[in-house]
Write a protein that binds this ligand. Structure first.
Ligand SMILES: Cc1ncc(COP(=O)(O)O)c(C=O)c1O
Length: 363
């Protein structure tokens, strides 16, 4: 099938760009002896997880236990649930997953660790634990220092759990401009202190897991960091460009849409919040929901569920009903969650059709 035969709206992935993204990060982590554990929140497709493993990733990460059930079919030798697992049903699911692959969970409380230990004992499995630290995002995680040490000491005593190290997500650092670099310097200091304090207390972390796509290429400058969990890098998006971690040439995924109505100075495309999500650009006050690749100066400024409003006053490009345009999304991960199927394109030909098996897996 040709790209021109695809119905819209549809997420289309330039396979050459995706493969280049996967290879360059695999090469980077190999050069710097970092374990690569891609977060699969971006693609949610076991076949792509399998490709990441083939290229050298040590394992994969997910956020939810239902996502873990899906992603285990990638054949990953090691799966990290990078999210506290709270609730009986989730624990039961996880213990079943732990019978199929080595499972590690990051958590920040004994209220999460104790029931996990009980469930693991019941299922006769051993679950790895990373103590989650808040390094500045203010989301989950204990504070570095005494709180972290106390958590690690308690985890180490729980049966059927194996303390493996620490995890953090530096999501508060959105770019590597001057302020971002200052924050990165603080992060280096925080991570060094944490690891040295734990080691001095007799708890040497085998895994120090952090990393994000915005900080990807700076990962090797963070002392002791030995595992990174970027997710977005497989496709990249407008936020990644803004972060400075990639350029347009590294953006693999666009959303193909059709012009369904025109009027002087504007057009409507057949995708709105159900297609793109309502995520705005990270750290920007500009109201824009994507970039029209065929008319980058046009403004995608408003959405209803099924309508995208494009203001054409700043572009000389002209469109008619039935024309198709590619939209570069602000945030590809949330858009993937809205689509049942995505298409891999090479030389204008649809050569892969993937079901987004991990979409809608909220529990
Ligand atoms: C815990 C955790 N790890 C890794 C990632 C992947 O980071 P990125 O989206 O910057 O690639 C995320 C993203 O939200 C995350 O929440």
């Amino acid at each position: 099938m040709r790209l021109t035969d695809l119905d819209t709206p549809a997420i289309v992935i330039d396979l050459d760009i995706m493969e280049r993204n996967l290879r360059s990060v695999a090469d980077y982590t190999r050069t710097h002896r970092l374990r690569l554990r891609p977060h699969t929140k971006t693609h949610k497709i076991p076949a792509l997880g399998r490709r990441q493993i083939e290229l050298g990733a040590v394992g994969l990460a997910v956020a939810k236990s239902t996502e873990a059930e899906v992603m285990v079919s990638s054949g990953t030798p090691d799966l990290l649930i990078a999210y506290p697992v709270i609730g009986r049903q989730k624990l039961e699911r996880l213990c079943r997953v732990a019978q199929e692959t080595q499972l590690t969970v990051s958590l920040d409380s004994l209220s999460a660790a104790r029931p996990l230990s009980d469930a693991a004992r019941g299922a006769q499995v051993e679950i790895g634990i990373l103590a989650e630290v808040d390094v500045g995002l203010g989301r989950v995680g204990v504070q570095p220092g005494e709180e972290l040490l106390a958590l690690v000491q308690s985890i180490a005593k729980l049966p059927h759990l194996k303390w493996r190290g620490i995890a953090f997500y530096p999501g508060h650092i959105k770019d590597t401009a001057a302020h971002g670099l200052e924050e990165l310097e603080k992060l280096r200091h925080t991570v060094s202190q944490m690891v040295e304090q734990l080691t001095a207390a007799g708890f040497h972390p085998e895994i120090v897991s952090g990393g994000s796509t915005p900080l990807l290429w700076h990962s090797h400058t963070i002392p002791y960091l030995n595992e990174i969990r970027p997710g977005t890098y497989i496709f990249n998006d407008r936020n990644t460009i803004l972060s400075g971690a990639c350029s347009l040439a590294h953006c693999a995924a666009t959303i193909l849409t059709t012009v369904v109505s025109t009027a002087p100075g504007r057009m409507i495309i057949d995708g709105g919040s159900k297609t793109f999500s309502s995520d705005r650009l990270a750290g920007s006050s500009e109201i824009t929901f994507g970039e029209i690749r065929e008319a980058p100066e046009a403004s995608f400024h408003k959405m209803n569920e099924e309508h995208g409003y494009i203001d054409l006053h700043n572009t000389t490009a002209q469109f008619s009903v039935g024309d198709r345009v590619h939209v570069l999304p602000n945030h590809i991960c949330v858009a993937m969650n809205l689509h049942e199927t995505v298409y891999g394109i090479r030389d204008g030909e649809v050569v892969e059709t993937w079901r987004v098996e991990g979409r809608g897996k909220l529990q």
